[in-house]
Design a protein around this ligand. Structure first.
Ligand code: ACO
Length: 430
């Protein structure tokens, strides 16, 4: 619980819960890591949707959690497919901070849309453990893995022409110390880079949309906006920023009251606009009623789990699918993916009810988010800190056994048992 962590860290009351907007944070115990989590989600997806492993023709993994500098996480997942005799699977890992999952997803979608497609499914896995050194960034950690099946006649289809990227060279968050799992972070710079990338993608996105659709795009043209979520406050600021963009573009969807409140900020330079606390407050206030409708449904899992790096955006999408599946037919969702360093893409998707087992209603029931959240176990901050200390020693280490404590893991979960003297890792399934 973030409330307990606030007290433990001596932060002022409300800093993590209201200031960052986070409720809880997940982390890996010593028996789980990005490999075990991805084995678990791939196995679970194939089983729950009864997909024959032979039907997977491409498997891509997005992750920024480095366990091995050469051997991809994808190769670990091949164990599942080798058993059924399928070794003909393209794809490896993609990595650039929180963006690797999106790179993997776009690769798979492009493959299915291409000449090279052999008629089988693509499978995308996003898996990360977000841990920070002691300090202000630590409460913005999290951990999760997500698996997504890509194929034709899907209930979620890409509007592939409506896609815009912003890529640049910055040092906002990076992992240069190969002996440590923790990143080097310039927190304030990373927030500004995120918002600048969002603006740039949105401008390009609107331009491309207008050229193709023959009319301007504004936030009223999508039912939901789903953002990469390092912590919820940045998502609130991001949506407010899109609203401010629409105001500056003179969109007819901005009402008179909002125009009046944003008028004082209409002459700010780009740089000034990122620094203006007053603009931040005013735009969040005028965008609040739309945030509640268009963004809030995507915030459930990110607020409960924390930053899941590559999985964060897709956990936010899963939150919308889970809570709104009955009313998504025909609707548009705009996604914004950000990875420090920096890479970012805004893209658009259209939804339809779909066919069983890939209907939105079945996806929602398989996700079973409420039950999964309720069955979590709360850990005291002291135990969380002890676990991170232990993992600091285990990172890059060889020749150790884990405690093999699987009491908190649901049946079917993969877990780490030991690492041998050659650094080879061994997993078992509960
Ligand atoms: N009650 C309510 N709100 C509070 C309180 C309180 N007691 N105390 C502080 N706040 C508010 C602040 O006003 C601020 O809100 P605002 O931005 O709306 O003004 C917010 O809580 C955070 O407080 P700061 O003092 O700005 O926080 P700090 O500088 O200590 O750390 C940061 C925040 C920079 C996000 C840090 O957690 C971090 O570095 N995280 C990792 C980097 C990151 O996630 N970057 C995002 C993009 S890159 C990526 O995805 C990794």
């Amino acid at each position: 619980m973030q409330e307990a962590l606030e007290a433990h860290d001596g932060a002022s009351k409300g800093k993590y819960t209201i200031g960052l907007g986070q409720d809880c944070m997940a982390f890996c115990s010593e028996v789980e890591d990005v490999i075990s989590m991805s084995l678990t989600v791939v196995n679970s997806l194939l089983k729950k949707y009864k997909v024959d492993p032979k039907l997977i023709g491409r498997l891509e993994v997005g992750s920024e959690t480095v366990i091995d500098k050469s051997k991809s996480i994808k190769t670990w997942l091949m164990q599942i497919f080798e058993k059924s005799g399928n070794t003909d699977i393209e794809g490896v890992d993609s990595s650039n901070a929180c963006y690797g999952g999106t790179a993997a997803l776009l690769n798979c979608v492009n493959w299915v849309e291409s000449n090279s497609w052999d008629g089988r499914y693509g499978l995308v896995v996003c898996t990360d453990s977000a841990v920070y050194a002691e300090g202000p960034a630590r409460p913005t950690g999290g951990a999760a893995a997500i698996a997504m099946l890509i194929g034709p006649n899907a209930p979620i289809s890409f509007e592939s022409k409506y896609r815009a990227s912003h890529m640049a060279h910055v040092y906002d968050f990076y992992k240069p110390d190969l002996a440590s799992e923790y990143p080097v972070v310039d927190g304030k710079l990373s927030q500004t880079c995120y918002l600048m990338a969002l603006d740039s993608c949105y401008r390009q996105f609107c331009k491309k949309y207008e050229k193709i659709a023959g009319k301007p795009f504004s936030i009223s043209d999508a039912e939901y906006f789903v953002f990469h979520s390092p912590y919820n406050k940045l998502v609130q600021k991001s949506f407010a920023r899109l609203y401010y963009n629409d105001f500056m573009r003179n969109c007819s969807s901005i009402d008179d009251d909002a125009k009046e409140k944003l008028q004082p900020f209409s002459n700010l330079t780009g740089e000034e606009s990122y620094q203006s606390r007053d603009l931040e407050k005013a735009s969040q206030q005028v965008a609040k009623h739309l945030y509640d409708i268009k963004v809030q449904p995507s915030t459930l899992l990110p607020k409960q789990i924390g930053n899941m790096y590559t999985a964060s955006l897709y956990a936010a999408l899963a939150s919308v699918l889970y809570s709104k599946n009955e009313s998504l037919d025909g609707q548009r969702i705009v996604m914004f993916s950000y990875g420090s360093g920096l890479t970012s893409t805004m893209f658009s998707m259209r939804l339809n009810n779909g066919q069983h087992p890939f209907s939105l209603s079945n996806i929602a029931s398989v996700l079973d988010v409420t039950e999964k959240l309720q069955s979590r176990h709360e850990t005291l901050p002291e135990k969380f800190v002890d676990t991170l200390k232990l993992m600091e020693h285990r990172y890059g280490a060889k020749d150790f056994e884990t405690n093999r404590d699987t009491s908190l893991l649901p049946p079917g979960t993969f877990y780490l048992t030991h690492v041998d003297s050659m650094y080879r890792r061994f997993y078992d399934q509960k």
